[in-house]
Design a protein around this ligand. Structure first.
Ligand SMILES: Cc1cc2nc3c(=O)[nH]c(=O)nc-3n(C[C@H](O)[C@H](O)[C@H](O)COP(=O)(O)OP(=O)(O)OC[C@H]3O[C@@H](n4cnc5c(N)ncnc54)[C@H](O)[C@@H]3O)c2cc1C
Length: 330
């Protein structure tokens, strides 16, 4: 049995931030995540002889708080600026819009590894199957029968997954309704190893939100891969329409769009598909975190606060940690 003041389900950006806030106040935490490593949608994969980010591609900082954090990460050498905007491919060179687009130096996952490095008690490869609340204690049981017990709980999985895990817990109707309103778009992502070269506008990506495949990014130009690996991502509408087609069909569809940008004589030598069922929130909760009405339970993640994305997840984790500190001290 593993005991802590607070159990945090999900070691993505939100869960890692919540753990940091709580540990700084001397409150013990255990982070559990079903992934092979921390990071969640900050995902980087080895493919061929290179690396590809296949979840978040870059991030921006619109609030002072997150900007200060990004500057810290830059000083630590884990984050750098990739560019100042993207071309929709109608221009060879991107017209900078003045807003930095940040990337993690060794791939997005490395940033979350950096965030995790100073935190105690992180259990990966740990998929929670059931959650119950009785006698003022939460009990989380993993599929491999490991058991976690805490006085309070923070849920940072995509909300439909959190609701499923909490099916045996009596949330108020108001809480359940607020959570059920939150919805996500899926994303089909292809990663392609290229022999030869690709012709993408500086600094090495196309973003065109009017196209079904709205993002094509060169992981070598981004600086995370020695070899040319390209990531292509489909928008929510087309990802949903195509979600249940075969992987072969979807990979071929993504590949055709990438091939249109290859230089003569170049070719795709390997492709891999990742299907994200919950890639990005499309309806969000108005506040950075949501405390359950009658239980020591907080919800956090990019679906809280209305910002979405990496910055939203970061600020939400921070808010959930702080809200539970207040709750436990009350
Ligand atoms: C394809 C794609 C492209 C994106 N592009 C961008 C971008 O360019 N810029 C940007 O800012 N953002 C982007 N994002 C969004 C960004 O990645 C997310 O907003 C952010 O990483 C969310 O962090 P989180 O902590 O809220 O959730 P997550 O990272 O999803 O963390 C939740 C964690 O919960 C864990 N979990 C779930 N169920 C269980 C269970 N039963 N037991 C144990 N653990 C469980 C998961 O393994 C996961 O690690 C993109 C996302 C995707 C998928």
């Amino acid at each position: 049995m593993n005991n802590a003041d607070i159990i945090i389900l999900g070691a993505g950006v939100a869960g890692l931030m919540a753990a940091r806030v709580l540990n700084e106040q001397g409150i013990s935490t255990i982070l559990v995540d079903k992934g092979r490593s921390v990071g969640g949608r900050m995902a980087t994969r080895r493919i061929g002889d290179g690396l590809a980010d296949h979840g978040a591609q870059f991030f921006t900082a619109r609030t002072k708080q997150f900007q200060a954090q990004v500057e810290d990460w830059m000083r630590a050498g884990v984050v750098r600026i990739w560019g100042y905007g993207w071309s929709d491919s109608s221009l060879k060179r991107t017209a900078p819009d003045g807003h930095p687009r940040y990337v993690a130096v060794n791939g997005m996952n490395a940033l979350t590894q950096h965030m995790a490095a100073t935190l105690p008690h992180i259990h990966v490869n740990c998929e929670i199957g059931t959650i119950s609340y009785a006698n003022d204690l939460w009990t989380l049981t993993a599929l491999d029968a490991r058991v976690y017990v805490g006085r309070a709980l923070i849920m940072t999985a995509p909300v439909p997954q959190s609701l499923h895990l909490l099916r045996a817990v009596s949330l108020t109707e108001k809480d359940r309704a607020a959570l059920e309103r939150i919805q996500y778009a899926p994303c089909l992502t292809g990663m392609f190893v290229i022999e030869g070269d690709i012709d993408l506008p500086e600094p090495g990506a196309i973003q065109d939100n009017s196209k079904p495949i709205y993002w094509i990014g060169d992981n070598r130009a981004k600086g995370i891969s020695q070899t040319l690996i390209v990531t292509a991502q489909a928008d929510g509408l087309h990802s949903r329409q195509r979600y249940d087609l075969s992987d072969e069909d979807n990979l071929a569809w993504l590949q055709t769009t990438v091939e249109a940008h290859l230089t003569p004589g170049s070719r795709v030598v390997e492709g891999q598909l990742k299907k994200w069922r919950y890639a990005a929130p499309i309806t969000t909760h108005p506040f950075d975190t949501m405390l359950a009405e009658e239980l020591p339970l907080a919800f956090a993640g990019d679906a809280f606060g209305g910002r979405g994305r990496v910055e939203g997840a970061y600020l939400s984790g921070l808010a959930a940690g702080r809200a539970l500190i207040e709750h436990l001290q009350a």
